[in-house]
Ligand binder design. Structure first.
Ligand SMILES: [Zn+2]
Length: 736
């Protein structure tokens, strides 16, 4: 091989190596505190968590396991010298980002520290888990952090009250938070720190604030020593279908900060969310931040200001913040500056076309590669070792960029650089239109590059030196963001990392433009192509699942006894079922859920009985009807009334908690109840139409019938339920 090809190959490998290491840029920099230091002690917090979770069983609200967890939680609160208060409420809450209402009997556990009067700081976590897993991170990390912070703060003079709220029913639809809002204690609150989890490891991100965010961000920047936060992810979070207790609390306008780790989502809402999987550094990071923020909030609520900040951390060491308007003005200023430089140097159109063409071309190639590997392997083939799939996408990005730069002929670096930053700023502006906080990533690297260009007449190396510095800064900031996004978007789409990675890859390749020119199109394409092929082969061959990162795989028995119908249902990631799953399996959905799943015929379970309702009374007001129903569980743990899209259900709930439904959302209506208290529950329903509504009434409970034994034994080794549990679902129909 010729020397330039070897050099270029080495360089491309180095680029991929750097891209594979972005996760390291967002490791929490924490050190364990010595015991009795007055600092947050992770081992002590973990010990309490292990005690509270006991056998580590799922403990959804109003279940027998939840009673056990609550009893141990209360014992721990007493043990640290605080007085637990238990509120027992039958409450309902509207579902967020979907049409529905969810009800349960919840028992919030509260402990109060500090002086009796004054505005209070609320520290909130939920002690219930989903019905699927033990919830050691979600939200054991919050429970453990609150206990340890409570133990530390109780010996300190506090200037205002701190309420520790261990709420129940978050997983069923933020019911504990809604119940707390009906509690007189909530009237004194003016600030909230919410602790959550969507993973078991990695840094704890500050991913949501009250809006406008200036007061919250200034406090966060001042208090937290090892911040992982940026205003792009807080904006992106709002666009995602996730929600936390903060959605319920938001109506009070409290100053709010929301914290959660997102590393390794494959264990989230699954039996894999256990104490052993919870990374000590993650718990320490959560604890350090909770303690620091609680102390800062105790010194008084920062003055609310009407302004918005954009912000980002630099490698978890410090938080850079500036007003959004300043950021927007800078972005526009840089756009004009780089457009002017580009025009003066010539090649504006060809340069911009090379950069934008590279971004678009990389996206198309990455999409094709993902579609190709996906056609060979159904399901989330990257789940166990996502690095190979990410590297495939990044290598494809390198391939397209190298090829275009090699073809780009006469364009030298002095023309390509301003063209790149111009395109970079255009992308930043486009992102800013959807997520204004995103522009924070598009200011400082171009600033450095611009300064270099301005200084180059005085020192001829200034431009190149500044360009390299800009790339390093880009790696520290945008690279770190890629590391976070790889965790956040672990379910795909994976091709998205092509345009995102382009922003980091293209400027590096521009700096190596002379080497690419010497290598020539053939050599450069061969080097980058070989790398793309190698990564693709690795992505296509790597095992899809591992003991740590298992396949999503829930087995359900579904039946409609009145119709004499029964199915086996497997809710997974779409991969093929193992051969040991005998029978005729087909992808399909069920009357009460549009989710695609594997279905096969099943024997009826004589013990399965659908829940029913009794209509107690009905009143009319114009076309609207107000119904009072009694739920009859027939042995089911969960009851859902599912109504068609056009049912026009306005509100639902129990006395004191009749909640209106957000009909601006799409889809079917779901009014549900979970737990032992659903049987006999009196439910109100407000329907906006006079004509009868055909409901499906769906019941579910944990044990599968004995006939499921063969399927349970045939479940693949590295597969476990996630989001959905193994359960028996029995449904009927009712017209109201
Ligand atoms: Zn949670």
């Amino acid at each position: 091989m010729r020397k330039p090809v070897i050099l270029l190959s080495l360089l491309l490998v180095a680029i991929l190596a750097a891209l594979s290491a972005t996760g390291l840029l967002v490791q929490p920099s924490v050190s364990p505190a010595p015991a009795e230091s007055g600092l947050f002690s992770e081992p002590r917090a973990r010990e309490r968590l292990a005690y509270i979770l006991g056998e580590q069983r799922p403990h959804p609200a109003d279940s027998a396991n939840s009673d056990l967890v609550r009893a141990r939680l209360i014992a721990q609160i007493q043990q640290i010298g605080l007085k637990p208060i238990v509120r027992d409420q039958l409450a309902c809450n509207e579902l967020y980002k979907q049409r529905g209402v969810s009800c349960a009997r919840v028992r919030n556990v509260i402990a109060i520290l500090g002086p009796p009067g004054g505005k209070a700081v609320l520290l909130n976590a939920h002690y219930d888990s989903t019905p699927v897993g033990p919830g050691a991170a979600d939200d054991g990390i919050g429970v453990a952090s609150l206990l340890e912070v409570g133990a530390i703060l109780k010996d300190r003079p506090l200037r205002r009250p701190v309420i520790l709220l261990f709420n129940e029913g978050e997983e069923l639809g933020l019911i504990g938070a809604r119940a707390f809002l009906a509690d007189p204690l909530s009237r004194n609150v003016d600030s909230l720190l919410n602790l959550e989890a969507r993973g078991v490891r990695g840094p704890v991100n500050m991913f949501e604030t009250s809006r406008p965010n200036a007061a919250a961000i200034d406090l966060f920047a001042r208090a937290v020593k090892n911040p992982i936060a940026n205003s792009l992810s807080t904006d992106v979070y709002r666009l995602l279908p996730n929600y936390t207790d903060v959605n319920s609390f938001a109506e009070r306008g409290w100053l709010t900060l929301n914290l959660a780790p997102i590393g390794n989502e494959t264990r989230y809402h699954s039996p894999g969310d256990d104490v052993a999987a919870l990374d000590p550094a993650t718990l320490q990071h959560m604890g350090d931040q909770t303690l620091a923020l609680a102390e800062a909030l105790c010194n008084g609520t920062p003055k609310a200001s009407g302004s918005e900040r954009i912000f980002m951390d630099i490698a978890g060491r410090t938080l850079i913040t500036l007003p959004l308007v300043v950021g927007a003005a800078l972005l526009i200023g840089f756009l004009i500056a780089f457009a002017a430089i580009s025009m003066r140097r010539g090649g504006l159109l060809r340069g911009a076309a090379t950069v934008l063409g590279s971004i678009v071309g990389a996206t198309i190639l990455a999409w094709l590669l993902m579609a190709l590997i996906g056609a060979l392997r159904a399901g989330m083939f990257w789940r166990a070792q996502p690095i190979w799939t990410h590297l495939t996408v990044y290598a494809a990005t390198v391939f397209v960029a190298v090829a275009l730069l090699a073809v780009g002929g006469t364009l030298d670096r002095t023309r390509l650089r301003p063209a790149f930053w111009l395109a970079f700023l255009l992308v930043g502006g486009a992102i800013g239109l959807a997520a204004p906080g995103g522009i924070v990533f598009f200011l400082f690297p171009p600033l450095l590059a611009f300064l270099g260009m301005v200084a180059s007449p005085r020192w001829k190396h200034a431009e190149q030196a500044a360009s390299i510095a800009a790339i390093l800064l880009l790696y520290l900031t945008w690279g770190a963001m890629l590391g976070l996004l790889e965790e956040l978007l672990n379910g795909g789409p994976m091709w998205l990392f092509a345009p995102l990675g382009s922003l980091l890859i293209i400027p590096v390749l521009i700096e190596t433009r002379p080497l690419i020119a010497r290598t020539g199109l053939r050599g450069a394409a061969a080097a980058a192509g070989a790398m793309t092929l190698a990564c693709s082969l690795a992505a296509a061959a790597a095992p899809a699942y591992s003991a740590d990162r298992q396949q999503r795989f829930a087995i359900q028995h579904v039946s409609e006894p009145n119709a004499g119908m029964a199915w086996w249902s497997v809710v997974d990631d779409g991969a093929l079922l193992p051969n040991s799953f005998a029978g005729h399996w087909e992808r399909g959905d069920l009357p009460f859920s549009a989710r695609l799943r594997w279905l096969a015929a099943a024997p009826l379970d004589p013990a399965a009985k659908a829940p029913t309702v009794q209509l107690l009374s009905q009143s009319r007001d114009g076309n609207a009807r107000s119904l009072t129903l009694r739920l009859i569980a027939n042995g089911n743990e969960r009851i859902d009334l599912v109504a068609p899209v056009d049912a026009d259900i306005r509100a639902a709930g129990t006395a004191g908690f009749v909640r209106s439904i957000d009909r601006s959302e799409n889809g079917k209506y779901v009014v549900g109840c979970f737990g032992r208290s659903c049987d006999g529950l009196t439910l109100r329903l407000v329907i906006g139409q006079a004509r009868p509504v055909r409901f499906l009434i769906v019941g579910s409970k944990a044990p599968l019938p004995p006939s499921a034994a063969t399927l349970l034994a045939a479940r693949p080794l590295h597969a476990r339920p996630q989001y959905n549990r193994d359960e028996s679902i029995t449904f009927g129909r009712v017209v109201l």
